[in-house]
Design a protein around this ligand. Structure first.
Ligand code: PHE
Length: 343
């Protein structure tokens, strides 16, 4: 009898089916009143008592195993057929299609492209340079004194010390490369990623983007600078935008100024974006310091120039009213897809 049990066990183990009818046939063959397992239970009654315990256990195991196997097969077949039904629905070609989810440009790219094109239209050429820079291109050529605080470890991510190699802290470094390699007249803008060792918060980030501009020629004056900045403000913020310049300091420009634009939201009346001043700061600018020209082998007796630099994040915040810088770097699709219709 034990042989018979083992043989049936083997048969159950190997049983396969892909239709419910086959499973039902198998159940009848094994477990119905006249099925093989039920017959064994009948034979069991006439076994000598000493064998009953062991054979009884085995027989019960066989019965349970068979029942489980049947349940399992039924379940898998039912699941498969319901999946098939849904996929059959999709084969109905008259159903409306799923929309293609078209990606969107990152807001920083949108604004960078817009700034680039405003300057390209008036003759500026885009120049790019490395994100990892040496001390000369990022600081020394730009007239930073050896003990200038911006060289401090607090602001700069150093990659190597002596000689100092660092992640560029501004794209003015690209302009040094342009001045070293080209003869005036030079009219260039340098968009790119820059790095400063700042704690990350809604208002500051250790990575951000800049567009810096440089124009060098004979007789370039502060009036030319003001004119080009005014043009930019009108093109970017609209014909009503006004600018004002406040005296400031940068090692590489003299004189230097901060540029404010009339608040694009309240048009100068005062709101919480401009902190009720009517103005928002958008960039730094100035006349290129003659030392910088000389450092780059440009004769400062013949040539003069202006430079300006703006943070793209800041301009983007003003354009789209984004109030937290971190959103630009998290790449949360819920944020990004809001720019799907922008270009
Ligand atoms: N390089 C300056 C900065 O990163 C910006 C600037 C550029 C200021 C050119 C003046 C002239 O903050």
């Amino acid at each position: 009898m034990e042989d018979k049990i083992n043989q049936l066990l083997h048969e159950v183990e190997n049983f396969r089916a892909d239709a419910l009818e086959n499973v039902e046939e198998f159940r009848i063959k094994m477990l119905s009143k006249k099925g093989h397992i039920s017959e064994l239970f009948n034979d069991f009654k006439s076994l000598p008592v000493e064998q009953k315990k062991l054979v009884g256990q085995k027989l019960n195991q066989l019965k349970n195993f068979t029942q489980e196997k049947i349940n399992h097969l039924k379940q898998t077949i039912e699941e498969k057929s319901s999946q098939q039904k849904t996929s059959e629905n999709y084969s109905d070609l008259s159903l409306p299609v799923d929309f293609n989810h078209i990606g969107s440009r990152h807001p920083i790219s949108i604004v960078r492209n817009q700034i680039n094109s405003i300057f390209e239209k008036i003759g500026f050429v885009i120049s790019e340079g490395p994100e990892i820079e040496d001390d000369w291109h990022n600081f020394s050529a730009l007239n930073f004194a050896q003990d200038h605080p911006a060289r401090d470890m607090q602001d700069t991510f150093f990659v190597e010390k002596d000689p100092d190699i660092a992640l560029r802290t501004h794209t003015s470094s690209v302009q040094v490369r342009v001045m070293n390699n080209q003869k005036p007249p030079i009219r260039t803008i340098s968009p790119g990623r820059v790095f400063r060792n700042e704690a990350i918060s809604a208002r500051a980030h250790c990575i951000f983007h800049q567009v810096e501009g440089l124009y060098i020629d004979k007789d370039v004056s502060f009036a030319d600078l003001k004119h080009v900045l005014n043009h930019f403000a009108h093109e970017f913020f609209g014909p009503d935008a006004r600018i004002r310049l406040r005296p400031s300091y940068f090692p590489f420009t003299e004189p230097s100024a901060e540029v404010d634009v009339s608040c694009p939201f309240c048009k100068g009346d005062g709101c919480n974006i401009c902190k009720y001043s009517g103005w928002v700061e958008i960039m730094g600018c100035g006349m290129v310091d003659p030392n910088v020209l000389e450092n780059c082998n440009i004769d400062s007796q013949i040539y003069s120039g202006y430079a300006f630099g703006m943070g793209i994040e800041r301009i983007t915040m003003l354009k789209y009213l984004v109030n937290d810088l971190r959103l630009y770097f998290e790449n949360d699709v819920r944020f990004l897809k809001q720019f799907a219709n922008a270009f």
